[in-house]
Structure formats: structure tokens, C-alpha cells
Design a protein around this ligand. Structure first.
Ligand SMILES: NC(=O)c1ccc[n+]([C@@H]2O[C@H](COP(=O)([O-])OP(=O)(O)OC[C@H]3O[C@@H](n4cnc5c(N)ncnc54)[C@H](OP(=O)(O)O)[C@@H]3O)[C@@H](O)[C@H]2O)c1
Length: 306
């Protein structure tokens, strides 16, 4: 399934039912994990020609069935692509895919690179510099929403980068999410994502502690979940995670190890700006302890040790 032929940076899309031929960019997608896989599948379903790469090739099998070309290296995936999306675990994995021996940077000037994983402010700034040196346009666009919204094409895209790529990316983001918010120059998307995920981890910790507190007071925690659900006190996310906690099924939608990474990135960003996230810093030691056994489980597993 490989080719060394030069490929077009655009393909011709025939939209079902309308008979119109539209030029659409070929998309390289790196990282077909829990989030990347359904995101790439939605792009394929929207009619984009896809070139995918993942470290563990078996995780690209479903996308190959969707007609995606499976590349052996990040550079091979980028060949002929107009847009490249990264959805890898973290900053180091993303930099290796971009700038490692098989990386795409330095080979494809003119490429538009959309970085959608949560990698933190420092990594985002570092990758933006690397991209600029190699003539690649860098768009920082992490997402809010976990696996189910990714599958449903209902993510919220926290986009930041140059205005001139907005039109190009509108149909791409349209296939991935229900809303795109443009926040300013590259880096603003990642900063917004850190703020949102600091809120998210604080909420999950408060939820776990609340249920545990109810249990210790001799109450049925399920009755507290019902009270949260039926009053303004319970956010839909907290109620959903509380239900998961009591159900005890910690199949990951958002792995605890990634939530810890995000909490650490938020704490670092706060410290770099001369401030402290008191709640987020306080939950981290307990979460790291829980992650020694439950790092690959859903973050709601923190209830086990709350
Ligand atoms: N899950 C969520 O709810 C959610 C929501 C919003 C944002 N995010 C963010 O989105 C990103 C992906 O999350 P996910 O839930 O899809 O995680 P995941 O299922 O663990 O997938 C991680 C991806 O990164 C790859 N990877 C990890 N380490 C690597 C390395 N050293 N070199 C190359 N590839 C490597 C994995 O490849 P392999 O398949 O080979 O392991 C996989 O493709 C993370 O930054 C996460 O914080 C997640």
C-alpha cells in the first residue's frame, strides 16, 4: 500500500447527490488513537482523500477500510498532502513525528499543519517556530470533547493561527466538530484548552470527593447524583462522570494518564505566568498515585481512591 509517485495536493471531490466537482485538499492524519481514529474516519466520510500514519499500524485498519492510504512514516503520509493533522499523545511524540528522522518538516514547504492534540503552551510555541523555519504554516487547534463527540463529529475546535487559512480549514473543521472558535494567533487555542481542562480535572476531583463524602456520611451516593442532576448544581459532565464512577466501568473515554498530562501542563503554564492553580496542584499527587494502576483507565477511576 505504498507509493513513491508524486501526488496531487488536492483531489477532486464529488459530493453525493449534487454532482458538483470541488477541489479539496488531500489530508495527512498522524495519530489514529482513541480520538484520532474517529476524527480521521469522519474526514474520510466527508469525502476527503486521507493519508494516515500511526506508530502501531494495526490501529489504522479501520481507516484503510474507509479507503485511507496507510503510510509507513510521517514523511510518507505528508507526501502530496495540502493539510497535515497531528493527534498524537503529547509534545515529544508530536515533535518526533514532525522533526525526527522520518518527520515531515523540511520536506514539504507550503504544507498547512494543524496540531490538534493537547501538548501545552511551551510545546505549541516550540513547534510553531520549527514549522516557520521550514516554510510550514502552523495552526494550533486542540479540541474540547472526548471520544463520543469525536465519533459523532461534535467536537469544539479551539482554533488559532493565521486568518488566511480559515477558509481552507472550514470544511475540515466542519467534518470534525459542531463549532469552531477562532481565538487569535497560534498558541491561543492551546492556552484556552489548558484553561478548560484545568476546570475539567477540578470538576472530576470534586465529583469523586463529593460521592466519597456522601458515602462516608452514610448516604447513598446515587441519591446525591440525582440531586445534582435535578438542580443547577450538577453540570452534565459532572453528572455523566458521577454515573460512571458509581457504575464502576472505567473503560477509557479520556485516559487518566492524559488528564494528568493536561493538569501538569496547566500548572506549568500558570507558574510560567507567575500564578498558581491551587486546586489543580492539590489533586495531582493523588491522581499520580491512582494512575500507577489505573493510568490507562478513564479519569473517572480517581473515584476508586477518593
Ligand atoms: N480522549 C479524550 O477525551 C481527549 C479529548 C481531547 C483531547 N485529547 C488529547 O488528544 C490527544 C490524543 O488522545 P487520545 O485519547 O486519542 O490518546 P490515545 O488513544 O492514547 O492515542 C495516542 C496516540 O499517540 C500515539 N503515540 C503515543 N506515544 C507516541 C510516541 N512516542 N510516538 C509516536 N506515537 C505515539 C499513539 O500511537 P500508538 O497507537 O502506537 O500507541 C496514538 O496514536 C492527547 O493529547 C489527548 O490529551 C484527548
Amino acid at each position: 500500500m505504498t507509493t513513491n509517485q508524486p501526488l496531487p495536493q488536492h483531489s477532486t471531490l464529488v459530493r453525493p447527490g449534487d454532482g458538483h466537482h470541488t477541489k479539496t485538499p488531500v489530508i495527512a492524519f498522524l495519530g489514529t488513537g482513541r480520538m484520532g481514529s474517529p476524527m480521521a474516519a469522519n474526514l474520510a466520510s466527508a469525502g476527503f482523500e486521507l493519508r494516515v500514519w500511526n506508530r502501531t499500524t494495526s490501529r489504522t485498519a479501520t481507516l484503510a477500510q474507509h479507503g485511507a492510504y496507510v503510510a509507513r512514516t510521517p514523511a510518507e503520509a505528508a507526501q502530496g498532502a495540502g493539510i497535515l493533522i497531528t493527534m498524537l499523545a503529547d509534545g515529544p511524540a508530536t515533535e518526533a513525528a514532525a522533526n525526527g528522522p522520518d518527520g515531515f518538516l523540511g520536506r514539504f514547504p507550503g504544507l498547512v499543519w494543524v496540531q490538534m492534540a493537547t501538548i501545552g503552551a511551551r510545546w505549541s510555541a516550540r513547534l510553531a517556530v520549527l514549522a516557520a523555519r521550514r516554510g510550514v504554516t502552523f495552526v494550533d487547534a486542540p479540541v474540547s470533547g472526548s471520544q463520543a463527540p469525536a465519533e459523532a463529529g461534535q467536537l469544539t475546535i479551539l482554533a488559532s493561527g493565521p486568518d488566511r487559512v480559515r477558509d481552507l480549514l472550514a470544511p475540515v473543521f466542519g467534518a470534525l466538530g459542531r463549532a469552531t472558535v477562532w481565538l487569535g494567533p497560534a498558541g491561543a487555542g492551546t492556552r484556552a484548552k489548558l484553561v478548560l481542562n484545568s476546570w475539567l480535572v477540578d470538576l472530576v476531583e470534586a465529583t469523586a470527593e463529593t460521592l466519597s463524602f456522601a458515602r462516608q456520611l452514610g448516604l447513598d451516593p446515587a441519591s446525591i447524583v440525582e440531586l445534582l442532576r435535578s438542580t443547577p448544581l450538577g453540570s452534565p459532565y459532572a453528572v455523566q462522570k458521577a454515573t460512571t464512577m458509581l457504575g464502576g466501568d472505567f473503560t477509557p473515554a479520556f485516559a487518566l494518564k492524559h488528564a494528568i498530562k493536561d493538569a501538569e501542563l496547566a500548572v506549568q503554564a500558570a507558574q510560567a505566568n507567575g500564578t498558581h492553580l491551587t486546586l489543580t496542584e492539590a489533586l495531582l499527587p493523588g491522581w499520580r498515585h491512582t494512575a500507577m494502576v489505573h493510568g490507562d483507565d478513564d479519569l473517572s477511576a480517581v473515584y476508586i481512591t477518593a
